[in-house]
Design a protein around this ligand. Structure first.
Ligand SMILES: *[C@@H]1O[C@H](CO)[C@@H](O)[C@H](O)[C@H]1NC(C)=O
Length: 276
């Protein structure tokens, strides 16, 4: 019974130290930022009827471009033979969360690009990027949302050649994909390639050469821990989709241990009951 007591107190302390789930998603609506050229967001009421007295029955319809707001890119976004949303293997849609804080560099230079050195510096402090990781760059761009001119950092939001925001360099993407096995890469800017990119080589390296999915316009990275979470990409299984808006969130690992803990406790209790 002593072992049981220890287990119970360990479980309790784990649950007390548990943080909350962080929602990494911008609210999807009329203020949502779209890449220039996409059709606008549309939301309309289909019906709102009286139901059971005191209640209602309501349904709405919405129309949206794939690559808008907090969203993911499937390989098909850039690769002629790449997987579409409904073909993606599930393991690409979750993994240990890694947040790389590059707010200082991005504030000093809005054309900043993450390099091999950025990853090496991060690993020195936090350890090796784990297998299956979902790597998210905190460029400090969340604070500009949903101001289009500030997010694209230009006066001409219709002209991508004038955009200035940070991203992941092609060399950095090559290092990451050759040396670590990650599931997804993303950040809080509108594109994983920096604003001044015209060839989008980082997209090609990630999506086409390595089938690593991309996350863009990620929110709330300031509230997410650098390590110790599991990130889930709640993506629509859209037939033929080249991408989709997502509900992205980070669950603290401790809650996973709490679940494991309670399962273990339950099993132990059952065994003890059967024995005595
Ligand atoms: C998806 O593509 C296939 C093959 O081209 C086609 O038969 C199907 O109708 C498409 N589905 C949608 C929803 O467009």
């Amino acid at each position: 019974m002593n072992a049981l007591c220890i287990l119970v107190s360990t479980c309790l302390s784990l649950s007390l130290g548990q943080d909350e789930i962080v929602d990494l998603t911008h609210t999807f609506g009329k203020k949502t930022i779209y890449w220039p050229g996409n059709p606008p967001f549309n939301f309309s009421n289909v019906f709102r009827l009286p139901g059971t007295p005191g209640y209602i029955a309501e349904a709405n319809a919405f129309e949206t471009a794939e690559h808008s707001g907090t969203h993911m890119d499937a390989p098909r976004h850039f690769c002629p033979e790449g997987k579409r949303m409904h073909e993606l293997v599930m393991d690409r849609l979750s993994g240990p969360g890694v947040v790389i804080d590059v707010r200082k560099q991005s504030e000093a230079n809005s054309d900043f690009q993450v390099t091999e050195q950025t990853f090496r510096d991060w690993e020195e402090e936090h350890g090796t990027i784990p297998d299956g990781a979902i790597v998210l760059f905190n460029f400090g761009w969340d604070k500009f949302w949903p101001n289009r001119k500030q997010v694209f950092n230009t006066d001409d939001v219709m002209n991508p050649s004038t955009f200035h925001y940070p991203g992941l360099s092609p060399e950095g993407a090559k290092w990451l994909t050759s040396n670590r096995k990650v599931h997804a890469v993303g950040g809080d800017t509108p594109s994983t390639d920096y604003g001044q990119s015209s060839l989008f080589e980082t997209h090609v390296i990630l999506l086409c050469d390595n089938e690593i999915v991309i996350l863009e316009n990620v929110a709330n990275l300031n509230s997410m821990a650098a390590t110790g979470t599991k990130v889930y990409i709640g993506a629509l299984k859209l037939e033929n989709g080249s991408g989709t808006p997502v509900r992205l969130f980070a669950v603290p690992m401790s809650s996973a241990s709490v679940t494991r803990c309670s399962m273990l406790l339950l099993a132990l209790t059952l065994i003890l009951k059967a024995l005595f």
